[in-house]
Structure formats: structure tokens, C-alpha cells
Write a protein that binds this ligand. Sequence first.
Ligand code: C2E
Ligand code: CA
Ligand code: CA
Length: 690
Amino acid sequence: MKGFEETRAGFSFGPVFVVLLGALVVASGFFFILTAELIRSQANDRTRLVEATDAFTSTFAAERNEHNVVPASFRRRGIENLAEFVESIQERQEISVTMRMPGTPGLELRTVENDPRVRAAIKEIADDGDYSVIEESLFENGRFVGRTIFPSVASNPDCVSCHNKELRSPEYKLGDVMGAYVVESDLTSATYNNLTYAVSAGVLAFLGGGLVARRERRRMNRVVTSLEGQVRAERDKREAEAFSNFLSSHDALTGLSNRTMFRDRLDAEVEACASGKSEDVFVALIDLDDFKSVNDTMGHDAGDALLTGVGQRLSALVHEEAGLVARFGGDEFAVLVRMHAELTHPDQLGEKIVQSMAAPHSHEGLSIQGRCSVGVAALGEMTGGDASALLKAADTALYAAKRAGKGRYRSFDRELKDNMWKRAALSSALPIAIEQGEIYPVFQPQIDLGSGEIHGFEALARWKWYDLVVCPDQFIPVAEENGLVRQVDLQILRGAASFAVEFGRRSARPVRISTNVSALTFKGAGLAEEILDILLETGLPGDQLTLEVTETVLMENWGEVHDVLGVLRAKGVRAALDDFGTGYSSLSYLRRLQFEEIKIDRSFVVDLELDEQTRRLFAGVIDLAVGLGKTIVVEGVETDEQAEFVMEKGAHVAQGFLYSEPLSPADAAAAFSGSSLPSRREDHDLREWI
Ligand code: C2E
Ligand code: CA
Ligand code: CA
């Protein structure tokens, strides 16, 4: 019995134990195999994610070329969105993946590169030298974490400059590791899931469920494939979105920031000044001189090349200072830069910009001159201290620079600040002044160089404001800004015509008058009719009137000017090309528009005594114009030497302080009827409003 019992006991436990042990070995085998497989498939997912990221970045890398620089900030935005999306997919599968981009301008540099863990990883990669990928699996804060770190290597000079700009120090150079993509997977729940899966799979295996396990693996593969597809679709969408984001904040031609982005950054800089983080910020507005002529004479490709070249020079200029360059549109650029030890006054910025444009640009073997005018302003100069005031100040300075001549800079100073107030005052008083007839003509005699007699008068506008006299240089621009200049021009014409008719009748000699017509006066229909009405009303014969138009007028309204002058010419009205020699393509206008008169600008005359080249040019221009049958009027003759020279060269008419300053109607009439030219000015008892 005993033996039987022993035998029974030995017989029953041995095999059960062996079977259980076998089952356990098989189950754990399954568990390990399946866990390993799942971890591998997750690693695959990560690799795919990274491949997707790479594909994403390389798509934009392809977009990168000289003309279309895609900055890192833009790529970052796209990638962040992609990462978010992938996270959402991973969440659905109960595996969390986080992905971070390396330092890119703005937020990321601070959040990612300054993260000590990421810093350590970057250092490790950089020290390693081979830029290999780091993969690690660890137990961290009670969770299983799989992490892959990819170095982000500065493969492109634009990346380097962008990062350094943002860090405000030359931290990186080409080839440096600047950051890392970190892909983290939380494997905790996956591991628990695997355990359950493995146990059930083991049981199923016992029940001959190998087929089911295979099907399960296939299902997982399908999940991965669909994940891949979704990532791709999403990537395409993000690419398109990101590109349109890029376009909305950048200028497509030059790749520079646009006005909106410039304004955002300026607001941030102004805030930095307010909170004491920065001492001062300087803004420069840049306008190319004669850009239109490049487009007109050399073609739009040359114009585009010039704009791109200017953008590059400006970028290079402020690169070190981590400044920002934007194109506002057309030929207008803007630069923003913080004050620092070597840049303490806005003048320095203006000077640097003007100098950087001195050398011509080249395009397909052509040399293009890209001179510019620059207006600079510092926030510190402003009382209100806001971004809009700063831009307005720079704009005022730019306007002043343009008026002072081309290729110059001007910074916003006390004088301009006062001028701004004055302009505002003039602007509000002007409409009433026009209505009440406070704007009137004075008359500067034009001398016939053959006979020495008065040939006619140029009517020049004056504004008597209380006991002050305001000069046209001050109020014509204000009138132009307010859309009132046509009224001013026609009022002066009416006054001058009445004067000519009245004194012509008295002296029984026709009085010729010239009046100035602004570019804006030509805009809008009906100008020729209005002028003819004035002639009719006052009784001035058309052939006693000359209209003076400047080249700017022609550049802006070629068609209108041509038509208006055509209608008036039929009534005998003459046209004069004013300020000749200050524009750029005077000769082409001379040929295309039938001017009867050419007024050679004062600046020519001033330089006559100084410089032989100007004398030759002057003589050449006179020859040419005489050859074309034009009447030559020389402006701004102040000395006997100048008068002699211009007479000798064959000019017909001269005008200038040597003969007379502008005169009141009474003095002009007296001068015309033969008494000598008065030496006093028409406004001798009025103070000038400066
Ligand atoms: P502008 O047409 O070139 O007129 C000549 C300017 O030179 C006048 O200044 C005149 O006083 C000044 N001038 C004449 N001789 C000499 C000289 O020998 N030396 C110097 N240094 N200056 C001389 P003004 O009257 O201040 O006019 C300035 C500008 O204002 C004019 O330049 C013209 O462009 C504009 N302007 C004047 N009246 C009108 C007007 O009724 N309508 C428009 N649209 N513009 C006007
Ligand atoms: Ca004139
Ligand atoms: Ca002139």
C-alpha cells in the first residue's frame, strides 16, 4: 500500500511539475519575444517619425536658395505642429511620444537648449564628434522611457546666423551641433499591455492559437503602416500651411521679413526698452533713389536683382548686431538694431547704410547703381516712446534726407521734431488759408539775356499767416499730403493770370508768366479744362502762359501730363521742364514730350565756379537743348560770373537773385514798366516762418 501510495504520489507530481515548468518556459519565451517585438516596432515608429521629420526639413531645405531663405523659426512651427499631431496618434495607442526641435529663434532656444538634460545630451553628441544618434531606455520617475536623441548640426550658414542672432552672441559656427531632436516614448503602459498580451498569447498558443498571434502581428503592422500614411498626409498639409505662414510674414522676392513681422519685433524691442532690458533701439527707413529708372531703363529683372542685392547688404550690415531687416514693399526697406557699445548714435547706423550702398551692384554683366536715402530715429528721442512714433520719426527723417539730395542719411533730431509740429500746425490751418485767399503769388523776373529786358515772371506761391510769411517749400508738401495742392496751384495761376492781364493792359506789352504745377495736380480728371476756364475768366491769352513741371511729375503721371499738355498746347500754352538736371533721364523726356522750355536747375549753376566738369556738362546740355530748338532758362543766377558764363554758352533767359528776388505785384509791375529792379524783397516787412 505504502509502495503504491508512494508510486501514486511520484507518478502524479513529477509530470505536472514538468508540464507546468515547460508551460512557464514557453510563456515567458513568448513574453520576451513579443515584448522585444513590440519594443522593436515602437523603435521603428520612432525611426519613421524621425524620417518623416527629416523629409519635412529636407523639403524646406530644397526651398532654400539665395532668393528664398526659409528661416529656422518657420521650420520649427511646422515641426511643432507635426509633433503635436504625432503625439495625438500615439496617445490613441497609449504610448506617449514627445518630440522637440533644437534651438530655433525665440522660444525654443530658451526652453530646449537650456533644458539641462538636453544640454547634456548635446554636449555628449558634440564631444563624441561623430554626431551619432543616442538611444537609451531607462526607468525614470516610475515609468519606462525610451529616448532617441538626434543631433541638429548647423549645416547651413543661415541656420547659424539665425541662431546667433537670437542668442545675441556668435555662439555657433558651421558644422556645430546646435541642438537636438528628442523623441521620447513612454513605454510603461505598453509594457503592461504586453504582459497581458503575452499571457493571453501563451494560453492561446497552448490552445493552438499561433494563428491568432500571427494575425495579431499583422494587425500591428497595419497600424504602423497607417500611422505612416497619416504622418505623410499630415506632413503635406503642414508643409503647405507652414509655407503660407512663411509667405505671410516674409517678402517673397528678398526672403526678408515683411512689415507685419518687423512691427512685431519692433513692439517687442520697445517693450524691452521699457522694462530696462535694452538701452535704446534704432530704426532706419531706406528708400532707393531712382529705383524706377532702373526698372524703366534696365528692365524688371535688373530691378529685382537690385532689390535682392540691397536686402543682402542690409542683412550683412546688421548681422553682427542681431538686428532685423525688412522690406516694406517697392523700394522701401527698414532696419532695426539695438543700441550697443559701438553703436551709440543713430547717425552711425545711417552712415553705415549709405556707405554699404556706395558700390554698384552687378546683374548679368550690368552695373546697377543702388544709392539710397535713409531716415534714422532712436526710441530714446521720442517723448511718447512707442513703436508708431518711432516709425513716424524715421519716416520724417527719410523725407528730410530725400529733400536734402540723394544718397544721404538724416536722423530725427530736435529740428525735425519741431518741424513735425510745424507741419501739423500748417496742415490744420491750410484749408482756411486757401479759402480766405491767404495764399498768393509773388513774381520773380526772368531776364532775356539778349536784350537785358524782362522776358516774363515766374509766379511763386507765398502764404501770409498772421505776420509771418510761409515759403512754398514748407507748405506745398503739406498741401500735397492733404490733397489741396491742386487748389493752391490753380489759385496761384488765377492770381498770376489776373496780374499779367492787368499790367499787360496798362503797359501795352504782353506779360508772360510761368506757374508751377505739382505732380499731384495732374492726378484726377479735368485739369486742362480748369486751366482753360481760368484763361477764359481772366482773359489771358494761352501763349502768355508757361506751365513748369518737374521730372518727378513726368515719372509719376506720364500719361496724364502728356494729355493735359497736349490739349493746352493747342491753345498756345507752353510747357517748361523745371529743375532740369536733378532727375535721371531728362534726355528721354526731352525727346518724348514736346517742351518748349528747359529750366536748368540752380544746383548746376552753383557748381559752375567750382568744377570744370560741371562747366563742360552745362555747355553740352545747352548745346543739345538749343539743337532741339528749346528755350533755355537758367535758374539761380547769383553772380556776374555766372551770368556771363551762361550767356556766353548760349542760354536765352536767366532768373536769379542777381537780377531780382521774387517781387510783390506792384514792384513787379514797376520793374516791368522800365524802372530799375527794386533791391528789396516783396515781403521785406514780414518775418519768414521757418
Ligand atoms: P522752383 O520752381 O525751382 O522755384 C525757384 C525757387 O528758387 C524759388 O523759391 C525762388 O525764390 C528761388 N530762387 C530764385 N532765384 C534764386 C537764386 O538766385 N538763388 C537762390 N538760392 N534761390 C533762388 P521759392 O519761391 O521758395 O519756391 C520753392 C519751390 O516751391 C519752387 O521751386 C517750386 O518748386 C515750389 N513752388 C513755388 N510756388 C509753387 C506753386 O504755386 N505750386 C507748386 N506746386 N509749387 C510751387
Ligand atoms: Ca519753377
Ligand atoms: Ca526750378
